[in-house]
Unconditional design. Structure first.
Length: 323
């Protein structure tokens, strides 16, 4: 038998083998394509489910404004601590005894808060009472003047003698954020009418777990003492407003850390975040400029806030449009 006859007899086998390889390859490609299509469909669903945030064009959607540099020391994001003194004495204060809804308790007529902070605190404490049915939660201390802080400081110093080097809970006059009117202390009233320190139980844990939704932060966390310079205070809450409160609490930051972090987020590299209401925000820092005013860029047609950080610049928060 010649080589040619041998090859001819093998033709059917070769054709069958080629056909088998073709069918196998085609089947593999179809299955693979279907798999990829399924993955892409899933990705598309995921992408479509994400918030449709409008990233503003800084070049065309923004204009320049002049910010009075005196505003550096005002607003809900002012940092007040041992290194940064409060530059004002209360801000738009209201007396709680004259306005509160009686669902929680207020210590006396000396308890005052900024009006916005009061309304947010009332919403938070009313929600707590609804859930816990505990009406013994009390705001026992809020705004304090610099003069009252001086008295507390002097009393603390006197009680501890000549070797006094300061206290982890009593700040020096001018450096307590109680002076802003943006902070308050909570306690619980016993059945005997005595006040007790707010400790966290399965019931009261609701407050630190939910305070950020109302614009508040637990100002002095236990693991941040080296940064705040203040001992852990389970009772002390500070208003900073949304979305800042939620970002701080969810990321386990103290206010010092947040203010430091925002100095890295300029208009060219802003922080984008979405709060619990599904409202998205663009947040950026503008360093204070020499002179009486600072030039900053703000959006033409979007709502925004400008707060001084009481240190070195301004924080601008833009509410972004969602479809």
């Amino acid at each position: 038998m010649s080589d040619t006859d041998s090859i001819r007899k093998k033709y059917p086998l070769l054709i069958a083998l080629v056909f088998f390889i073709y069918i196998s390859a085609t089947t593999f490609i179809l299955i693979f394509s279907a798999s990829i299509s399924s993955v892409r469909a899933s990705e598309k669903i995921l992408i479509n489910a994400l918030p449709n945030v409008t990233h503003l064009n800084v070049g065309s959607d923004f204009v320049d404004v002049e910010i009075d540099n005196n505003r550096l020391h005002s607003g809900f994001l002012v940092l007040v601590n041992n290194d940064n003194a409060c530059q004002f004495d209360g801000d738009n204060l209201v007396t709680l005894m004259e306005k509160f809804n009686k669902r929680y308790k207020v210590a006396d007529y000396d308890v005052k808060l900024n009006e916005t902070v009061f309304h947010k605190a009332e919403n938070m404490l009313s929600a707590f009472v609804d859930i816990s049915e505990n009406t013994n939660i009390m705001i026992h201390s809020a705004y304090r003047s610099k003069e009252l802080q001086q008295e507390l400081y002097d009393d603390d110093k006197k009680s501890k003698g000549s070797d006094y080097t300061g206290d982890e809970f009593v700040l020096k006059p001018g450096h307590s954020e109680h002076q802003t009117g943006y902070a308050f202390d909570l306690s619980l009233m016993t059945d005997d009418g005595d006040m007790t320190v707010l400790e966290y139980t399965s019931e009261t844990q609701w407050i630190p777990d939910n305070c950020d939704k109302y614009g508040f932060i637990l100002r002095y966390p236990e693991n941040k003492v080296s940064l705040t310079g203040i001992g852990h205070e389970t009772w002390h809450y500070r208003y900073v407003g949304l979305p800042h409160s939620e970002y701080i609490m969810k990321n386990h930051l103290c206010l010092e850390e947040y203010i430091d972090y925002l100095t890295t987020r300029t208009i060219d590299n802003p922080l984008y975040t979405t709060d619990y209401t599904k409202t998205s925000w663009m947040i950026y820092y503008v360093p204070v400029q020499f002179g009486e005013r600072t030039t900053a860029q703000v959006p033409k047609n979007s709502e925004y806030q400008i707060y001084g950080n009481n240190r070195d610049g301004f924080i601008i928060s833009v509410k972004l449009t969602q479809s």
